[in-house]
Design a protein around this ligand. Structure first.
Ligand SMILES: *[C@@H]1O[C@H](CO)[C@@H](O)[C@H](O)[C@H]1NC(C)=O
Ligand SMILES: *[C@@H]1O[C@H](CO)[C@@H](O)[C@H](O)[C@H]1NC(C)=O
Ligand SMILES: *[C@@H]1O[C@H](CO)[C@@H](O)[C@H](O)[C@H]1NC(C)=O
Length: 441
């Protein structure tokens, strides 16, 4: 506020109370005009952030930066033309959550839980069964995000009755496009084809391989889902709490929901430098140390939860995320996005896990191939009594695990993400809820 230049506090207050509305009006008017000019010079490109209204009043813009959505004026998002199936799934995405009559009001401080799935019904049944036993799960809203349309997966999700359920389908999943991008289109290069010799379409990755829709679908889905749950859904757009993310092969312990809430509450006091909370160690095979302390370590990929402030930071790195030649979303985050934050990205967790990865079949095995990977996950997770009740104590200290092994800045990626079209689609997902007009591809 320019009024801050006034000398006495008393004077300042009076001055501000009289001039503030006027000043605000002027600042807002300047802002609107600037935005109009910017958007007209870009041909209808509307880059104003949803929360932009709160930033102009601040004198120091850098402190408001994470709330503002930074968009590249030179990038025009393009989304593939939708098939009838894709359109029908988009329509389903707009449906309200189910089970609202049974769970009419979600309490303050509740978590949203996003379960992202592909096509392993045997696993999903087990995960849903584990969720049904989670203490107080009825307070949560479960959002299930599907990569591809698979009737059996759909049916399992429609059968969930223990909390509010919002079902969404990635409408641009390669699995929905049998003969056009993001699926395989005629004329696409394959494996190590030489594009010039074969006159085929595509850009090879750093190892000379062309894109495989089955493989790129994972990172596309994760990124589409992140953008959608934070910025695209009526149900979550104004949500200021934490969203917890789990996958179709994560067994969730009965104490998971309450433990997650405890960790969220303790995070600001116990670990102000932590970005997130985790339900399990970052080493996916570890069960935890059993210490009488909390643990801060690098972000893991099982049961992680963070808030919108952190999402804004991630979203601001959309270019890095989308341009990095690595088909795994988590390795992309560890190798490019987190290191770019400038400080170690710690996550807070308990000393015993509240979720466990049980799948023996990788995502690339299994469905659709001749050697179907069969793993009924029996005996994968043994629960002790202590895992059935909240088992995190507020008076515990925090142990910080520094300098951990694993992917980090400098790793150049496993490839699989070299095609310009994938990078552009990825970036389009980051822009689609912030830019009014997308040109149809
Ligand atoms: C704005 O805030 C940042 C950090 O919050 C600080 O480094 C910078 O010096 C401030 N700038 C001004 C003009 O006050
Ligand atoms: C979100 O979490 C971050 C990291 O823990 C924290 O710094 C920030 O204050 C939180 N934001 C809100 C709005 O609670
Ligand atoms: C799961 O698979 C194991 C062998 O891998 C088998 O012994 C067991 O009976 C199966 N359980 C169910 C419930 O199908």
């Amino acid at each position: 506020m320019p009024a801050a230049a006034a000398s006495s506090h008393h004077h300042r207050t009076r001055l501000r109370s009289r001039t503030a509305p006027l000043l605000l009006l002027v600042v807002l008017a300047v802002f609107v005009v600037t935005e109009l000019l910017r958007s007209s010079s870009r041909g209808g490109f509307t880059a104003s952030a949803r929360r932009a209204g709160s930033s102009p009043a601040k004198a120091n813009h850098s402190s408001a930066a994470p709330r503002k959505i930074l968009l590249d004026p030179d990038f025009t998002p393009r989304l593939p033309r939708q098939s009838p199936l894709s359109l029908s799934l988009s329509a389903r995405n707009a449906l309200p959550p189910r089970n609202t009559a049974r769970f009419p009001a979600l309490p303050d401080g509740h978590l949203k839980i996003v379960l992202y799935v592909h096509n392993r019904p045997r696993y999903l049944r087990l995960v849903v069964d584990s969720l049904s036993r989670v203490e107080d799960i009825g307070e949560a809203m479960l959002i299930v995000s599907h990569d591809g349309y698979f009737p059996e997966m759909d049916k399992i999700v429609q059968g969930i009755d223990f909390c509010q359920v919002k079902q969404i389908f990635a409408p641009y999943s390669p699995h929905l496009f049998p003969d056009t991008f993001p699926g395989v289109s005629p004329g696409d290069c394959q494996s190590k084809d030489n594009a010039k010799e074969k006159r085929c379409k595509g850009d090879p990755d750093q190892y000379g391989n062309h894109r495989s829709p089955r493989i790129v679908s994972l990172k596309h889905h994760w990124w589409w889902m992140m953008n959608t749950v934070w910025d695209g859904l009526q149900e979550t757009m104004g949500f200021d709490g934490h969203i917890l993310f789990i996958e179709e092969d994560h067994y969730i312990f009965p104490n998971a929901y309450r433990n997650a809430q405890l960790l969220v509450d303790l995070k600001p006091k116990k670990c102000p430098g932590c970005y997130a909370i985790n339900l399990a160690p970052s080493d996916v095979k570890a069960k935890g140390e059993g210490w009488e302390s909390l643990v801060a370590e690098k972000m893991g990929n099982i049961g992680y939860a963070f808030n919108r402030t952190v999402w804004r930071k991630i979203h601001a790195k959309a270019k890095q995320f989308c341009a990095f030649d690595e088909y795994n979303w988590d390795i992309t985050m560890w190798a490019t996005v987190y290191p770019s934050f400038g400080a170690p990205v710690y996550s807070l967790r308990g000393p015993r896990r509240s979720a466990a990865h049980f799948g023996k079949c990788g995502l690339h095995q299994g469905q659709g191939s001749s050697n179907v990977c069969v793993d009924n996950a029996s005996g994968a997770v043994e629960l002790e009594e202590i895992d059935k009740v909240p088992n995190i104590k507020a008076d515990w200290p925090v142990r910080i695990i520094q300098r951990q092994e694993g992917y980090q800045a400098g790793f150049k990626g496993w490839g699989g993400w070299g095609d310009r079209r994938d990078r552009e689609l990825c970036l389009s997902f980051a822009y689609m809820y912030h830019v009014k007009d997308q040109s149809p591809a």
